[in-house]
Design a protein around this ligand. Structure first.
Ligand code: AMP
Length: 198
């Protein structure tokens, strides 16, 4: 079954074909149609399962269908446990969105590098912010971004977020998000903290 049969539009499908993605992986087949309908997802997905496209494609497609205002706000927030994973996810969003008429503005907000360039790049908002929890909260404390217009929240490798001790940060972030939003949760395992969160 091709990606278009899951509801993916031609510009996204062209980018996927260029990347050699011909057939969706099982997690993509299961998640994409549900995510495109705006529903929440709770998926068990290991590293290498294709989970990035499983959440990124619907976010890109919803973003592309919207009329853009000049002052963009953060429309989608992806939380990842490590800065390496955050960078990888941001790169994937850019690649998948390459053929869209208006390619998305994707910002990585992760620690280990100076906060100032991230603050600058967040001026005017972003379509997608891919963040680690600690740096995201630093940026919020510095008034560099607000979460009140986030439409979709992705928690990637949710089990690892807890294993690395981000429970308090997650709680603070969730409290800043609009109550009405789409939630896409991906985790390799489902320990009690993740199940409670879900
Ligand atoms: P991920 O689990 O999202 O990190 O993806 C694991 C690897 O599989 C990455 O190198 C992706 O580029 C690749 N990949 C994801 N989905 C597909 C697909 N449908 N067809 C071929 N490769 C894919």
């Amino acid at each position: 079954m091709p990606f278009t049969a899951l509801g993916i539009t031609p510009p996204l499908n062209r980018a996927l074909t260029a990347l050699g993605y011909v057939t969706p992986t099982p997690v993509q087949t299961a998640a994409i149609p549900v995510a495109l309908r705006g529903r929440d997802i709770w998926a068990q997905a290991a590293t290498g399962s294709g989970k990035t496209a499983a959440f990124a494609l619907s976010i890109l497609q919803h973003g592309a269908e919207k009329l853009r205002s000049t002052r963009r706000v953060t429309a989608a927030l992806v939380l990842a446990p490590t800065r390496e994973l955050a960078a990888q996810i941001a790169d994937a969003f850019r690649l998948y969105g390459e053929q869209l008429a208006s390619p998305p503005k994707v910002i990585t907000a992760a620690g280990g590098v100076s906060i100032n360039p991230q603050m600058m790049s967040l001026r005017g908002g972003a379509d997608v912010v891919v963040a680690t929890p600690g740096r995201l909260l630093d940026l919020i404390d510095q008034n560099a971004l607000h979460l009140d217009a986030v439409e979709t929240l992705v928690l990637d490798e949710a089990d690892k977020l807890f294993a690395l001790g981000f429970a308090d940060e997650l709680g603070r972030i969730l409290a800043l998000l609009p109550a009405k939003r789409q939630n896409l949760l991906f985790s390799a395992t489902f320990p009690p903290e993740v199940t409670t969160l879900a």
